[in-house]
Design a protein around this ligand. Structure first.
Ligand SMILES: NC(=O)c1ccc[n+]([C@@H]2O[C@H](COP(=O)([O-])OP(=O)(O)OC[C@H]3O[C@@H](n4cnc5c(N)ncnc54)[C@H](O)[C@@H]3O)[C@@H](O)[C@H]2O)c1
Length: 316
């Protein structure tokens, strides 16, 4: 049984707790939050001990870092250096800058530990299917993609402490659309050039809307638009791939539906699914990999660093 400590008992910790409970071979052994009340409450619910300083974590196999985004590099590196825990899971995004991403890897390496970043959208069944189809070559030459993330976060959301800040949030691409920036990077690989134009229409320190274009080494060109300013509620996420031998559109709040399918010699797969959770079920898959010690299922360092590079290109 792998023992896990959670660092950060905020919103996303609920999804980690649920996923860990549902996964054989992993269990929560301890929780930590810098706000004692939060740590105490979560610990009481789970019947485990708590600490308020992650440097005091002992006796676990894995730590999952679920603190505000801009804190991830420092928290991951300090945990690697000050504890004896071999594996450190880090919620997305790993960092808000390429420089910090390199730095956290080098500090984790020096401490002899392993970093496991969360990329749960890669475990979405439709994303897996499309990635396999792209890699199989059955779509022929890939021409172009269009990805739109049309979501809503109301003003009350941005009143919450770190949301909308430059140092801890990073903006719509980092906090809301990061899985889709990662997805286009995962599908199309090495980048040649990219440019984003950001909108500061909500009076935040960071972009609430970004329109961006990019070209990959394979020749694929595409655009990604993301906003948190859709009227009243999340509208949808859509991803269209235009290729020599097919055109496919995935859609739904989290790409859970095949909206359009016209592919040479291939019937539309019957794979639409209903989301029973706003974050999807990808965290379960991640903890299954951990339980089974399938460390190779996590993205490589090169993969992560080049994804952070794309994010930075689109964001500044
Ligand atoms: N994978 C996903 O789909 C997904 C979804 C939501 C959030 N997230 C990510 O999860 C992270 C946390 O988001 P959230 O919404 O849970 O935030 P949150 O503010 O609700 O929770 C963060 C918690 O970390 C605690 N914390 C801060 N500094 C700490 C420290 N030094 N030691 C211990 N605890 C500390 C805070 O007190 C807070 O309780 C963010 O990076 C966010 O981008 C990922």
């Amino acid at each position: 049984m792998k023992k896990i400590a959670l660092v950060g008992c905020g919103r996303i910790s609920k999804r980690h707790i649920e996923a860990i409970k549902e996964t054989p071979g992993v269990e929560i052994a301890l929780v930590c939050d810098i706000i004692e009340e939060r740590a105490k409450k979560t610990a009481a619910e789970l019947n485990v001990p708590y600490v308020t300083d992650y440097r005091d974590i002992k006796g676990v196999d894995i730590v999952s870092v679920l603190t505000p985004s801009g804190n991830h590099p420092e928290h991951v590196a300090e945990i690697a250096e000050s504890t004896d825990i071999p594996y450190i899971v880090c919620e997305k995004p790993l960092s808000l800058t390429v420089r910090e991403a390199h730095e956290v890897f080098s500090r984790v390496d020096k401490a002899g530990k392993i970093l496991l970043p969360v990329y749960q959208n890669r475990y979405n069944p439709l994303v897996i299917m499309l990635k396999e189809l792209i890699d199989s070559g059955k779509l022929g030459k890939l021409h172009q993609f269009i990805c739109n993330v049309i979501w809503n976060r109301n003003d009350a959301y941005f009143d919450i402490d770190w949301h909308g800040t430059r140092s801890l949030d990073g903006g719509v691409l980092y906090t809301q659309a990061s899985h889709y920036v990662d997805m286009v990077h995962y599908f199309f690989g090495e980048l040649v050039s990219a440019k984003g134009q950001g909108g500061l229409l909500r009076g935040l320190e960071v972009y609430d809307s970004v329109s961006s274009v990019m070209r990959f080494k394979s020749g694929v060109v595409g655009s990604l638009n993301a906003t948190v300013s859709a009227y009243e509620k999340n509208y949808e996420t859509e991803f269209t791939l235009i290729a020599e031998k097919g055109i496919i559109r995935l859609a739904g709040t989290n790409l859970n539906t095949i909206r359009h399918w016209n592919v040479e010699n291939m019937e539309k797969p019957d794979m639409d699914f209903t989301l029973d959770h706003v974050y999807g079920r990808g965290h379960n898959t991640m903890y299954e990999f951990i339980a089974k010690e399938k460390w190779d299922e996590f993205p490589s360092r090169e993969d992560i660093l080049s994804g952070v590079h794309l994010m930075e290109k689109l964001s500044y």
